[in-house]
Design a protein around this ligand. Structure first.
Ligand SMILES: [Zn+2]
Ligand SMILES: [Zn+2]
Length: 371
């Protein structure tokens, strides 16, 4: 059925199963493959969280390859190469067990080999499970590659709910980032007529409302709720064919900060935490932009309808300012790490690292003023 945006959104994910115990269901789903045709890939910390599950897989003859790192696993050439070396001509499916980076690596390699991949989630830390893009570090520079989505998504509740709390905080941050991502998207639609889906816009805001109404529930339940919202956000990305509904200026800032950390050999903080932090800075930009709406009107030669649409879009985002400000209290240690200059640099890099129209593009066009 055609959506109000004019597209026929296709569900390309065959199944999503977040259950108490996933081994039986997964083995059932794997029946169409011989054991030698499937490569499982995980990393060291997740191999411990999913230890029993992995033992059960190995017991029935599956190969589970562990990417071993002393520090954090990076989505880099080494990771890509290692996984490729574990595949053979017979490999017909890659199943990743893990979260962010591991998911990006498995998605990228499986796409290049033209075979499907499934993912077993380990934490509600980001929305990349159902996304089509894999950011891979190429010579230290984060490049976003268009890939495919996981055909099947699994998650075992006890593992997801017992994920380290900073991963849950990260998932929350990635979700808050949708506020500015959606605002950037709608703004681009108003200013440039970029394709836009009102249904996705409304529904993602509903997920954020639902989350903000339920923040007081136990961490365990919160993990599941965040997980569900992040998967849905990923599904919406797959509906659109790119990450537009879920990734705007806040992601560009986060990616730049990440590249800078990697260049300096520093520890890389969770993606979602940096996104949640950047969301606060981008909301501040939107507040400033609202005050300077006349400059925007002149520069983009907007009519009064466009101006009022733009203002109401910004006001919608600013309704969530409290939620975003409260979140910053959870990540004070991360905020302390980045100086005002570093944040401003990351903002200015936004339009450089990716050709995506966001509020950063507007500031690039209008000048950064007194920021
Ligand atoms: Zn639509
Ligand atoms: Zn994200």
């Amino acid at each position: 059925m055609l959506c109000e945006c004019g597209k026929d959104h296709k569900d390309i994910i065959e199944s999503i199963r977040v259950e108490e115990k996933i081994i039986e269901g997964l083995l059932e789903d794997l029946k169409e493959y011989n054991t030698g045709e499937v490569l499982f890939v995980t990393d060291l910390p997740v191999s411990k969280a999913y230890q029993l599950f992995i033992t059960e897989l190995e017991a029935v003859g599956y190969c589970v390859y562990i990417l071993k790192r002393e520090d954090d696993l990076l989505p880099d050439e080494q990771g890509v190469g290692e996984i490729i070396l574990q595949t053979t001509q017979a490999t017909k499916l890659i199943v990743g067990i893990g979260s962010g980076t591991l998911n990006d690596l498995c998605r990228y390699v499986s796409y290049r080999l033209n075979i499907p991949y499934w993912i077993v989630m380990s934490a509600p830390s980001m929305d990349g499970y159902a996304s089509t893009a894999s950011p891979i570090l190429v010579d230290g520079f984060k490049k976003t590659f268009y890939c495919h989505v996981a055909k099947r998504i699994y998650g075992q509740k006890d593992v997801i709910n017992h994920a380290p709390s900073d991963m849950i905080v990260a998932g929350l941050g990635d979700l808050l980032g949708k506020i500015t991502a959606l605002t950037d998207w709608k703004m681009s639609h108003i200013l440039h007529g970029e394709y836009f889906c009102p249904m996705i816009y409304r529904n993602l805001y509903d997920y954020i409302d639902n989350l903000s109404d339920n923040l007081s529930i136990s961490q365990e339940e919160l993990g599941e709720l965040i997980c569900e919202s992040l998967i849905q956000s990923g599904i919406y990305m797959s509906y659109v064919g790119n990450s537009r509904p879920a990734s705007g200026a806040e992601h560009l800032i986060s990616h730049t900060l990440e590249m800078e950390s990697i260049k300096k050999g520093e520890k890389v903080d969770f993606h979602g935490i940096k996104v949640g932090m950047a969301t606060d800075y981008v909301l501040e930009l939107y507040k400033d932009l609202r005050q300077n709406i006349d400059k925007v009107k002149d520069h983009y030669q907007l009519d009064s309808k466009q101006v009022s649409d733009l203002l109401s879009t910004i006001d919608k985002a600013l309704e969530y300012e409290h939620l975003v400000k409260d979140y910053q209290q959870l990540i004070l240690n991360i905020r302390k790490k980045y100086s005002k200059d570093q944040i401003l640099y990351a903002m200015k890099q936004g339009p450089v690292i990716r050709d995506r129209f966001t509020i950063l593009s507007i500031y690039q066009a209008l000048g950064w003023g007194n920021l």
